[in-house]
Design a binder for this molecule. Structure first.
Ligand code: HEM
Length: 416
């Protein structure tokens, strides 16, 4: 049985997407009363879908591929060219193994030790400041930590400008005009810098530590036994450093949640690690970050009566799946307790993508993200005091990536 897919009529809806942002797909899933619909975006036919079943379909490697899925503006800023995000099949799996080899318990613990050290010395500096813009400051902390962990040498006087450049890679994806071009320039600068380091490692001009990303990626061999192009190795090193710095966005929302939900804050103060973890999961579910992921239909197939033609751009609704009322009770309520008896699912809770880490495209850094957020909650709750002055804490469901308008300002900081 073949059914026509609900379809948004018209030549192109890129403007509606720009206008509605995170709510573009959820709004239409609601109004079509369908988890799947067809539209046109960036001049092309596109299928949009969301919910647990759709996520399961989307992560079926027989049905979808990533080749040619990411729009150029994303490749030029966020992703970089020829990185792991654009690969399929055995080539993807081999490259992904390279990433996941960095994600051992011991290596993540080392990252957290670096983070705690940096955070604590930065709090001492914050004590002398009238006002701390948390988002900007945390980007700098994470830039130091991420570079050191990745084996990338960086001088203290470069931290400000490099953390701005890395930041603009994820701040500029959806931007139009000058901010978008700032992102492209930043990518060129950063890649040039890291390509130089890869070459120095290969020429033995720079001593690199065995288990770091810079070392591993410089010496990684592809399935034919060749080293990666220096450009590609650099793109992948950036694929480690950039997203670690991007955790600053979740950290800003973590601080916002601690401020706005005093009941949850009290429980963080009195309960143990289990509650901290539930709280973090709820931050990752509740607040907007990545709106969607994109793939293309690999070969023709029919699913639930709907026809998928090879090559069709297909978007999976991450934000809407995390707010899907058939999965989550009162999805608009911030409620960490919902995770107390949650059984886990690779397809219904997908702030960092779904499916499997090795065979699929699920975020390589999800464990790092959770551990970093846990350590930061401990710092904010147990190791410092601060005041949150009047400011505009509203955040938008349109502009991407979203964050509180004020970027979360604190003052009267004291370490405890
Ligand atoms: C992929 C989100 C942090 C490394 C992804 C994807 C999402 C995502 C949505 C795409 C999933 C897909 O294509 O199906 C996030 C968010 C983060 C975060 C919201 C919070 C800041 C990190 C960290 C790292 C990282 C800390 C590394 C240290 C990667 C890599 C991929 C990826 C390498 C590509 C995986 C692949 O294509 O196989 N992430 N991520 N991410 N992420 Fe993250």
């Amino acid at each position: 049985n073949v059914n026509p897919m609900p379809k948004e009529e018209g030549l192109d809806h890129t403007l509606s997407f720009a206008r509605e942002g995170y709510m573009y797909i959820p709004n239409r899933r609601h109004s079509f009363n369908s988890n799947i619909f067809e539209t046109r975006l960036l001049g092309k036919k596109a299928i949009c879908m969301g919910g647990k079943e759709a996520a399961e379909l989307f992560y079926d490697n027989e049905k979808f591929m990533r080749q040619g899925a990411a729009p150029n503006r994303v490749l030029q800023t966020l992703f970089g060219a020829k990185g792991v995000q654009t690969l399929d099949g055995t080539e993807h799996k081999h490259r992904k193994e390279m990433f996941m080899s960095l994600m051992s318990h011991e290596r993540i613990e080392q990252l957290i030790i670096l983070l705690r050290k940096e955070w604590e010395s930065t709090v001492t500096r914050w004590e002398g400041m009238n006002e701390v813009v948390l988002y900007e400051e945390v980007k700098e902390i994470l830039c130091r930590v991420a570079c050191e962990w990745a084996g990338v040498p960086i001088q203290e006087d470069e931290i400000k400008s490099r953390s701005k450049e890395f930041g603009s890679l994820f701040e500029s994806v959806a931007a139009i005009g000058p901010n978008h071009w700032l992102g492209r320039t930043a990518r060129n600068n950063i890649e040039k810098w890291i390509i130089g380091l890869v070459e120095e490692v290969r020429n033995q001009e720079l001593e690199s530590t065995e288990n770091t990303a810079l070392h591993q990626f410089s010496w990684h061999r592809d399935l034919e036994g060749n080293l990666l192009d220096a450009e590609v190795a650099a793109v992948e090193v950036v694929n480690i450093i950039r997203p670690i710095i991007a955790i600053s966005i979740f950290i800003n929302f973590t601080a916002l949640a601690i401020h706005q939900f005093p009941e949850a804050k009290a429980k963080l103060q009195s309960s143990g690690e289990k509650y901290t973890e539930m709280f973090i999961q709820e931050v990752r579910r509740f607040y907007p970050f990545f709106p969607l992921v994109a793939a293309r239909v690999k070969k023709d197939f029919i699913w639930n009566g709907y026809t998928f033609d090879a090559g069709t751009l297909t978007l999976l609704d991450l934000y809407g799946t995390n707010h899907d009322p058939t999965i989550w009770d009162n999805p608009g309520l911030f409620n960490p307790d919902r995770f107390s008896e949650w059984e886990g699912s690779p397809f219904s809770f997908i702030p960092q993508g779904g499916g499997d880490y090795l065979t699929g495209h699920r975020c390589a850094g999800e464990w790092i993200t959770v551990e970093v957020m846990k350590a930061v909650v401990d710092q904010l709750i147990n190791r410092m005091e601060y005041n949150v002055p009047e400011q505009d804490l509203s955040f938008s469901l349109v502009s991407m990536p979203s964050m509180p308008a004020s970027k979360f300002v604190i003052n009267h900081v004291k370490s405890t």
